[in-house]
Design a protein around this ligand. Sequence first.
Ligand code: S3P
Length: 172
Amino acid sequence: MKSNIALIGFMGTGKSAVGSELSRRLGTDLVEVDDLIAERAGKSIPEIFSEDGEAAFRKLEMEAVAEVSRREGVVISCGGGVVLDPKNVDRLKMSSVVVLLTAPVEEILHRADRDGGSRPLLNIPDREARVRELLTFRQPLYLRAADYIVDTSGLNPEEIAEAIIGCLMEES
Ligand code: S3P
C-alpha cells in the first residue's frame, strides 16, 4: 500500500510550494529531501556543492531518499535530480505515488532568477542553455518515474494541489 505522495520534477516546477499546500490539505507531514540533506550535512545545499562537489551531494541525496521512503503517510518534495539514480526511483515508488510536476522553460528560468543563487546547477551565465540541456537528458527519466503528470502552467499551488488530489481520488 503506497501511503506517501512524492513530488518530482525539474527545479522551479513548484514542488515545495505544492508540497506545502498538499500536506496542509491532507493533514500530513511534509518532508523536503533537500532540507533533510542540509540537516544531515550540517550545511546548505550550495555549500555542499561548492565544498564537497556534486557526487557528494548525490550520495547524501540517496541516503535521504532511502530514509524518507521508509516513512508512511507523508508528502515528500524531492530535489530535481532525484531521478538520476534508478535506486532512488525504486525506493520512492515502493512507498509513494509519484507525481511529476512540469513547467515551461520560461517559468523555470523566471523562478530560478527569483530564487537567486540557491540552485548551484543554475549558477552560471547561460542558464537557459543549461536548463534545456538538463531537461533533455532528464525528461525521459521523469516520465518513466511518474505515476501522474501535472502540467503546472498557469496554475497556482492551491490549484495544483487540487489537481493532484483529484488524480488520487480517481485512483481509489
Ligand atoms: C537539483 C535540484 C535542487 C537541489 C540541488 C540539485 C537538481 O532541488 O536538490 O540543487 O539536480 O536538479 P530543487 O529541484 O528543489 O531546486
